[in-house]
Design a protein around this ligand. Structure first.
Ligand code: ADP
Ligand code: F6P
Length: 319
């Protein structure tokens, strides 16, 4: 029987993490389970940076971006002796089980803790939407909204000055933020890990668009594929467009979570507590076809990343 659970946020933060912390805390307390908030991810877990939570500890956080628990990266958590230290720290505080909110790296830590005897459930907290098995991750919708708001503004000035704006967006190795923002903003070109980076093709496309009378263009590029500033320079050199670049950066990770993210995080937080109460560990919570359920973390991590061909075809058809 579970008496006390811990909750932590790990890896890059995402809007909606607070809503998940709140849902875990309130669902657990309503079920007679004590809750401990663990500050600064696996780092705080190893250091015993714990805070006893009441229902009030999570008041007024639903609408706040970031995470009240703080997040951190602790590369050493891959090592067994560091994981064992974390288990000792949990046992010393009578914490029976844990909820980890983070990305796929955090999932690996959650699985390791389960293997060491502490049932742990992970929730997909990342703006990247790069966790397999779930249709959406917590924070993706808000980040997409932020990108669209920014690109709409860039389009205004880009069109006034007949420019080609290269906009670099986050996503780690997943193109979902890029391709969905490209469709939402009517971008002319999108470059993602799924499309690959082909500079010649970009120049050809811009020349083609210029010949067709287009006098401005938006090129959305996923991070880590090219140097966006250099690409803008090459556009100025090789096409009739004046190239400019904007790296949206960490602005995409902040801000008040959208209602969709708040609801998703709340549903997933509730599910995590239900799973732990049933004695399940080593699972991650997923959203599939509108339903919340779970799958083993191992299975989730082994699923191949698939290109959403229908979305890329839609983009091509709408340009
Ligand atoms: P995210 O969870 O957003 O993918 P990271 O990849 O940085 O972010 O992972 C967050 C943290 O999860 C890492 O700093 C580390 O503490 C832990 N972690 C990452 N990979 C592993 C692993 N293979 N085993 C155990 N813990 C890991
Ligand atoms: O995983 C979220 C994310 O924002 C990625 O999109 C990005 O590649 C990375 O984190 C940036 O990490 P950092 O906060 O360390 O700059």
């Amino acid at each position: 029987m579970i008496r006390k659970i811990g909750v932590l946020t790990s890896g890059g933060d995402s809007p909606g993490m607070n809503a998940a912390i709140r849902a875990v805390t309130r669902t657990a307390i309503a079920n007679g389970i004590e809750v401990v908030g663990i500050h600064d991810g696996y780092k705080g877990l190893c250091e015993g940076n714990f805070e006893t939570f009441t229902k009030r500890s999570v008041s007024d956080i639903l609408s706040r971006g970031g995470t009240i628990l703080g997040s951190a990266r602790l590369p050493e958590f891959k090592n067994l002796e560091v994981q064992e230290k974390a288990v000792e720290s949990l046992k010393a505080n009578n914490i029976d089980a844990l909820v980890v909110i983070g990305g796929d790296g955090s999932y690996r830590g959650a699985k390791a803790l389960t293997d060491l005897g502490i049932n742990t459930i992970s929730l997909p907290g990342t703006i990247d939407n790069d966790i397999q098995g779930t249709d959406l991750t917590i924070g993706f919708d808000t980040a997409l909204n932020t990108i669209v708001e920014c690109v709409d503004k860039l389009r205004d000035t880009s069109s006034s000055h007949h420019r080609a704006s290269v906009v670099e967006v986050m996503g780690n190795h997943c193109g979902d933020l890029a391709v969905l923002s490209a469709i939402s903003c009517g971008a002319e070109i999108v470059v993602t890990p799924e499309t690959g980076y082909d500079e010649e093709q970009i120049m050809e496309k811009l020349k083609f668009l210029g010949n067709r009378g287009k006098n401005h263009a938006i090129i959305i590029v996923s991070e880590k594929l090219c140097d966006s500033h250099a690409l803008a320079g090459k556009i100025s050199e090789n096409t009739e467009f004046d190239g400019r670049s904007t790296i949206l950066g960490h602005i995409q990770r902040g801000g008040s979570p959208s209602p969709n993210d708040r609801v998703l995080a709340s549903r997933m937080g509730e599910k995590a507590v239900d799973l732990l109460t049933e004695g399940v560990g080593g699972h991650c919570v997923i959203l599939h076809n509108g339903e919340i359920s779970s799958m083993p973390i191992d299975e989730c991590l082994s699923l191949p990343r698939k290109k959403n061909k229908a979305i890329y075809r839609l983009f091509d058809r709408l340009v």
